[in-house]
Design a protein around this ligand. Structure first.
Ligand SMILES: [Mn+2]
Length: 319
């Protein structure tokens, strides 16, 4: 099926490639690789691009068309789209070719050609397979885009199928691309003021060890949640970060998923402190917040103490 699709794409006349609404990096990378390899390819995104793929298309100069109603084309190729309802555009299915990696969809069976391979974590892998089979040249830019599509669709390999790793490694080797280069193409945007808050948070850090667990607190003036995440990144299991503005304080809390699995519930923990001190707090097991009137340092100490008591219990129940 892939080679019949390649044959069609090589014929005279233009191809309109359509992507799913809010098209992601995998969709855009796949379309870009097709566009670079075959004549007269227009990339249509009737449902727009998401934040990351907008950046990717800017960096790699990938032209996309949002209003596809006036585009003339000889054939349609639909990429990375799990069903017709994802398209934000009505098409004549009998003239469409579809390449996808989601679960096989009955509604695509009416398409002229339908290649669905759910053993792949991304559409980028299928497009790479097609180019390789057809012995098409893959430029370094195309390789970078495809690697990025594979990375983002597999959650940076957390959900990658083993094929993904094999193909990824092959593309890296063929094009001399390093992992950091593949990963850092798009600035996922932690701006400088946020990064400074994280560094200040690390500077003002206090921590306590309970068995094998670490509880950390810190103070800052902004980005409390982001500082919490940074502290977890440094090795804390539970982190509380607060700020004081006049009489008012604000506290964010984060715990690792491992802590949540052990029964830590920060929403309940901060909610409890809230009612003790007549302030409002709550949230989810792994992420919560508390705001109110009072001394942030005192609140952070109470929060850390409660967390330690909880971990003490967890620890003794494990012994
Ligand atoms: Mn995809």
């Amino acid at each position: 099926m892939l080679s019949s699709i390649a044959n069609e794409l090589s014929k005279e006349g233009s191809t309109l490639v359509l992507l799913h609404g809010n098209a992601d990096a995998d969709a855009v990378a796949s379309a870009f690789a097709v566009q670079q390899s075959f004549p007269e390819v227009i990339i249509g995104v009737p449902g727009g691009l998401d934040r990351v793929s907008k950046q990717l298309s800017k960096i790699l100069n990938i032209p996309t068309v949002e209003d596809v109603s006036k585009v003339h084309y000889a054939r349609l190729l639909i990429l990375d789209t799990s069903g017709p309802e994802q398209l934000d555009f009505d098409i004549d299915l009998s003239k469409a070719m579809v390449i996808d990696h989601h679960v096989r969809n009955e509604r695509w069976e009416k398409a002229a050609m339908y290649h669905c391979d759910d053993s792949k974590s991304s559409c980028s892998e299928i497009v790479y397979e097609l180019l390789k089979r057809e012995k098409r040249k893959v430029t370094r830019e195309m390789a970078l885009a495809l690697l990025f599509g594979m990375l983002t669709d597999s959650g940076y390999f957390r959900f990658a199928k083993h094929d993904t790793l094999v193909t990824f490694s092959e593309i890296m080797a063929t094009h001399g691309i390093q992992m950091d280069e593949a990963m850092n193409q798009v600035d996922l945007d932690v701006d400088i003021s946020e990064r400074i808050s994280q560094l200040k948070g690390a500077q003002r850090l206090k921590y306590w060890k309970v068995g094998n667990y670490i509880v950390a607190t810190s103070q800052g003036s902004a980005f409390e949640a982001s500082v919490c995440k940074a502290l977890l990144g440094l090795g804390a299991d539970v982190a509380f970060v607060g700020s004081q503005r006049g009489e008012q304080f604000r506290v964010s809390a984060r715990a690792t998923q491992a802590m949540v699995r052990k029964g830590v519930h920060l929403g309940k923990l901060l909610g409890g402190i809230g009612s003790e001190t007549a302030n409002g707090g709550g949230g989810h097991p792994g992420a919560a917040g508390l705001t109110g009137t009072g001394d942030v340092e005192a609140i952070l100490n109470i929060a850390a103490e409660n967390a330690m008591k909880l971990l003490q219990k967890t620890k003794s129940s494990c012994d």
